[in-house]
Design a protein around this ligand. Sequence first.
Ligand code: AMP
Ligand code: ZN
Ligand code: FE
Ligand code: FE
Length: 288
Amino acid sequence: MFADLHLHTSFSDGTYTPEELVMHARRHGLGAVALTDHDTVEGCARMSAACQQQSLEFIPGSELTAELDGVELHLIGYFIDTKHPRLLEEMAKFQSVRQNRIREMVARLNKMNIPLEADAVFAIANCRSPGRPHVGRALVQAGICATLDEAFERFLKKHRPAWVPKFKISAVDAIALIHEAGGVAVLAHPGLNRSDDVIPLLVDAGMDGIECYHTKHTPSTCERYLTIAEECHLIVTGGSDCHGLNKGKPLIGTIKLPYSHVLELKSKASEIRRTHVTPRPFANPPVL
Ligand code: AMP
Ligand code: ZN
Ligand code: FE
Ligand code: FE
């Protein structure tokens, strides 16, 4: 049995609904999938129901944008309690930062005489956790850019004219938050973030795992992080980081992780539940 532990839906910047994503997962022969939308768990209930219907195993998750020593890092919390009050409270703050950032990006575009309205971006995003790809899609829809790539290249990439820095939770706090919500904290796509220097700090902060298998990791990048995982006693995860049809061909099916990695993730989640989580009344954690 194979797993894909890094997937996005239309509840953040993916284009597939949870139901569509699960259908594609099934077509690619996956037996277990994790939903890792940016700064939200809103898609998890529907994804879980769709998985149940298609006899796939579902792992709830979310990808938090965090920061350490000025480096942007993405930390995935797996098996988080999607109803955890403080997790939801913190995510609501991240979402509000994202919404304000969209307004600011649109304002910058307007200053360049590009007639885009924030509401057009919000209509395309149709979610609480909008991001730059939604601004990009709005620019394409308005005929200002031919492709999403062009939108990023001209306006949205770091230090381009419409790029706006974003407040990010410190990675140390993000790891603690994930643990508090009963989740396993995993560094996503380290090969894309120049994060090697901060990995020891993340390990000291209690990080549990590292995403070695990722569509954008070359075989040698993957090997490098497998070695680091072994040295630092981190569990190894992997996923396609599929965003649906954002970039032409969907990436789901490009990473097929052996199920043994899911078992390791589950056993780590049980350990975290025993050691980190204060029982709360009416808790409704996912069944491990
Ligand atoms: P944000 O979270 O708003 O900063 O947006 C980051 C997201 O933009 C990433 O998760 C990617 O999905 C997407 N992204 C980054 N670069 C590009 C690009 N060149 N083309 C399309 N999407 C991109
Ligand atoms: Zn994304
Ligand atoms: Fe990411
Ligand atoms: Fe992602």
